[in-house]
Design a protein around this ligand. Structure first.
Ligand code: PBG
Length: 307
């Protein structure tokens, strides 16, 4: 009766991977229970998530062909666009469809943008690619596009491109405070990404030491037109979530990322922790800190536990 925070399936967004050119889902070793889906198995997974009350999914694509610019990301017949159309056909308006908007899964060098002569993403040239992706994703049926590349000015550029193409109703969930964490490792296995030359994303993602800077990024993204903002990863950044909650009034999403999920599984496999109660505790803590929406690979398990 006096419980302050309650989890509901409506709080959850399930991240899902869809891979081009496969007939059977491929298990992802470092993310137990998660798959690179085929088109058909993605549809089935989403049907089951919907039946469990999960209202939303975010899609990541694994293309057959990667190139320097990541052009499959905006190909109208690219894997995410095809999957968005499948899911829109299956669910009509009854599913909130989010598309991760970035090129790292689509570039042969694994960076979140097109590279300059020094081998780092060229911020402004990359914005032009993001604009094309936003329009391709909205055309294919995305309700929300979620730019995750941390390029400066990306929200403004995408908002303008969407509006110019007549998609003024398409919302933007900005990965606003996205840290250059060591916790994205399993995700990069899931999307077959290795950053060229053993590079990292510290040039464009946030320093893990900084919280005030995160607030500045969040305020900037809202000023540029973000409808919702995200803090990512979640558990080590509950202070940032709480601080954002105190200062801003748009919905806040938090991403419990691949490494957070994998750590809990690894300990459970050893018999050192119990999987379900730890997953519930993590998710409840993220909501208690102030997140309205939680992106988590545990979505299905949590929703099953809430039936
Ligand atoms: C970039 C992107 C990443 C994740 C979501 N979008 C990886 C990165 O920035 O390296 C990570 C998600 C996770 O670890 O679960 N498109």
């Amino acid at each position: 009766m006096v419980r302050e925070t309650r989890l509901h399936p409506d709080d959850l967004i399930a991240p899902l991977f869809v891979r081009e050119g496969i007939d059977e889902p491929q298990p992802i070793e470092s993310l137990p229970g998660q798959f690179q889906h085929s088109r058909a198995s993605l549809r089935e997974e989403v049907r089951q998530l919907k039946d469990l009350g999960v209202p939303s999914v975010i899609l990541f694509g694994v293309p057959e062909r990667k190139d320097a610019e990541g052009s499959e990301a905006w190909n109208p017949d690219g894997i995410v666009q095809v999957a968005l159309r499948d899911l829109r056909d299956d669910h009509g308006d009854d599913l909130v469809l989010i598309a991760d908007l970035c090129v790292d899964e689509y570039t042969d060098h694994g960076h979140c943008g097109v590279l300059d002569a020094g081998g780092q993403p060229d911020n402004d040239a990359t914005l032009e690619l993001y604009e094309q992706i936003a329009v391709a994703q909205a055309t294919a049926g995305a309700d929300i596009v979620a730019p995750s590349g941390m390029m400066d000015g990306q929200v403004f550029a995408i908002r303008e491109a969407l509006d110019d193409a007549g998609f003024d109703e398409t919302a933007i969930l900005a990965y606003a405070a996205k840290y250059a964490t060591a916790l994205y490792g399993p995700f990069r296995d899931a999307v077959d990404v290795q950053i060229a030359g053993g590079g990292d994303r510290k040039g464009y993602q946030q320093d893990v030491a900084n919280a005030r800077e995160a607030m500045e990024e969040i305020r900037e993204d809202i000023a540029e037109g973000a409808d919702m903002v995200m803090v990512k990863p979640a558990m080590p950044y509950l202070d940032v979530i709480a601080r954002a909650r105190a200062e801003i009034d748009v919905p806040i999403a938090a991403y419990h990322v691949s490494g957070e999920y994998a750590m809990v599984h690894a300990a459970a496999i050893q018999g050192w922790l119990d999987l379900e109660p730890v997953a519930f505790e993590h998710t409840l803590a993220i909501k208690r800190a102030g997140a309205d929406l939680i992106l988590t690979y545990f979505a299905r398990m949590l929703a099953e536990g809430m039936q």
